[in-house]
Design a protein around this ligand. Structure first.
Ligand code: G3P
Ligand code: CA
Length: 267
């Protein structure tokens, strides 16, 4: 039987704010996400890790380095992570929507992000770490349910889920087939992206996310023939953004959504 995968917007080039508007503010902070929304990004991108006390947080790395020692995020409580001072600073104007937020630069949980933005924005969520219990996936699905974020037929999806781990995506596909999924590939996986492989991926995913240096016209065509969208990461400067648009990709991960928006308007 033909497999069902959730649709992604057609004929629309998606600007995905990579870790928020992370060119302008500390990545994954409420500030970075607010700026991305102001810059009219279509999706805000969050990497997800789980703390010792089972909180899902928006964070890229699975560890922190403190006093020269490496510590796993899964061994640290959310409270402790919240108190870590950010290494980067912001000297721009704070959006008024953050007036009531005490520290818009700190590490935040996915629930704090969902509380803050609700259903007003679209989320492109990466499962960074997975295990056989699918702890992160199950907690994320519970939250998406609770916040009313699960995609409804015919709407631009509020949620897209991405991962480098096929098993994680296949699990989500079985649990919630209406969530569009993106299979991620690093540069070194380039040779895997054959017609046959992409056909297999299209049984659970709606698209692929690839390192920008491996994007070619033939790859874009192979993805499209398999019914898959293609979103390169991380594309920040004018020239690269223009090249990606010309290669026919369906959207980009970018640290600078304002630059992408400008380039797109010029096309
Ligand atoms: O999720 C796409 C891209 O962000 C993957 O790389 O390391 O920035 O999460 P990374
Ligand atoms: Ca990511």
């Amino acid at each position: 039987a033909a497999t069902y995968t959730a649709p992604l917007p057609e004929d629309e080039f998606l600007i995905i704010a990579h870790r928020g508007a992370s060119a302008y503010a500390p990545e994954h902070s409420l500030l970075a996400y607010e700026l991305a929304v102001q810059m009219q990004a279509d999706y805000i991108e969050l990497d997800v890790q789980q703390t010792r006390d089972d909180e899902l947080i928006a964070m890229h790395d699975s560890f922190i380095v403190s006093n020269g020692a490496k510590r796993a995020v899964s061994d640290i409580t959310f409270q402790e992570l919240k108190e870590i001072p950010r290494s980067s600073v912001y000297d721009g104007i704070l959006p008024v929507s953050l007036n009531h937020v005490t520290d818009p630069l700190r590490i935040v949980s996915t629930e704090e992000i969902f509380d803050h933005f609700g259903t007003d924005v679209n989320y492109y969520i990466e499962i960074k770490t997975t295990d056989s219990k699918r702890a992160i996936e199950n907690e994320l699905l519970r939250q998406l349910h609770m916040y009313g974020l699960l995609p409804m037929t015919g709407e631009k999806p509020k949620i897209i889920v991405q991962s480098f781990h096929p098993a994680s995506l296949q699990y989500i596909h079985a649990e919630e087939p209406d969530i569009p999924l993106i299979q991620l590939y690093s540069q070194k996986k380039e040779s895997m992206l054959t017609k046959r492989h992409l056909k297999k991926v299209s049984e659970y995913a709606s698209g692929i996310g690839v390192e920008k240096s491996i994007v070619t016209k033939p790859l874009v065509e192979r993805a499209h023939s398999a019914g898959l969208h293609i979103h390169p990461y991380t594309v920040n400067d004018n020239e690269e953004i223009r090249t990606m648009i010309q290669l026919g990709v369906d959207g980009i991960f970018t640290d600078a959504p304002d630059v992408a928006k400008r380039m797109l308007d010029e096309q």
